[in-house]
Design a protein. Structure first.
Length: 337
């Protein structure tokens, strides 16, 4: 056993000596190139490069959004998720109404306007006069929902003509019985968006025939939650606002089915009727309008890409709106290529 161990030790030692001898033969003391032309100086240990930080860590800046209260839930949801992904970007979202948001966009006070209506030619011209421009980006479908109190057992459906009778300028309607015979002789309490609202503008055009032409003796607010509370708190109330606010409060409110005319069926707002545009005449597209100058900023560009991504479309649905066909989002993304 001892001899075997000694032999094993001799083999290990001999191998080590041989390895050192071979190394010495190929290398001079000055460490320069040997006769064979190969540099045998040990290469310095390679410094491992750190992986670059993820792109989201490199983006920073501020994004200001304002406008439509209808679009507000979507933009807020997108902003919240975007800031989780890009922690050095701050996104603020206001809800002053479509008209006011567009005014701020024209004044170059914000980067993106939320709007539940299309911008007008004059508004686009005013923006171009500031040496800037914008891109109209439809981001969801909405259905303006006419609502009544949960205790209202009579107004389950109404015609467009009856809604016009209530909401037209100089309307004589004061009581429910003024709308349809057999309905209670009780005063109607009306709630609706303010005049800066795109929902107000769309509703008045669709129902009254002319945008912004409406009776004025109603409780108006740019905050749809105020309208929800108003209708939910009065048995004789009636109001209108975006579908999302109805859906989130359907345990407090009843939606009214809309009939285009007396011969037409009453259609309630739903994911299906809004998506198929059978909820007439109150189904519509809603929009965001980013400044073209803002789109030159990497963090704004990335925000718009995120807004129109599959993840952004999922947030549209989580906000209780109806996403658009895929080609609409693809077209939006062409503006940020």
């Amino acid at each position: 056993m001892l001899n075997k161990a000694m032999r094993k030790g001799t083999i290990v030692m001999s191998s080590a000596v041989l390895a050192l001898t071979l190394a010495a033969c190929g290398q001079k003391d000055d460490g320069k190139t040997s006769a064979g032309g190969t540099t045998n100086t040990p290469a310095p240990a390679e410094t491992k490069k750190e992986d670059p930080k993820p792109a989201e860590q490199k983006l920073s800046g501020e994004i200001k959004i304002d406008g439509s209260s209808t679009v507000f839930p979507i933009s807020s949801a997108v902003a919240e998720e975007f800031m989780k992904k890009y922690k050095d970007v701050k996104v603020s979202v206001g809800e002053s109404g479509s008209g006011n948001g567009i005014k701020k966009l024209i004044g170059l006070e914000i980067d993106i306007a939320n709007s539940s209506r299309k911008m007008k030619d004059q508004e686009l011209a005013d923006l171009k006069a500031k040496n800037d421009d914008t891109v109209m980006m439809p981001i969801a479908l909405d259905g303006i929902t006419v609502v009544v109190n949960k205790d209202n057992t009579w107004a389950k459906e109404m015609t467009v003509a009856e809604l016009k009778k209530i909401w037209e300028k100089d309307s004589k309607v004061k009581k429910w019985s003024d709308v349809r015979a057999g309905w209670p002789a009780e005063d109607i309490k009306l709630f609706g968006p303010g005049t800066a609202s795109g929902t107000f503008e769309y509703f008045t055009e669709a129902i009254n025939g002319t945008a912004k032409v409406s009776r004025t003796d109603y409780t108006a607010s740019e905050d749809d939650n105020v309208l929800v509370k108003g209708v939910a708190g009065d048995k004789n109330a009636l109001g209108y606002f975006g579908y999302s606010y109805y859906f989130e409060n359907k345990e407090k409110l009843n939606a009214v089915g809309i009939k285009v005319d007396d011969a037409s069926p009453a259609v309630l707002p739903s994911h299906e009727t809004i998506e198929k545009l059978t909820y007439k005449p109150l189904a519509r597209e809603i929009y965001i309008y980013p400044l073209k100058s803002a789109l030159q900023k990497p963090h704004v560009k990335e925000f718009i890409k995120f807004y129109n991504s599959a993840e952004g479309q999922k947030l549209v649905e989580e906000a209780k709106y109806i996403k658009l066909p895929a080609d609409k989002y693809t077209k939006n993304l062409e503006a940020v290529k």
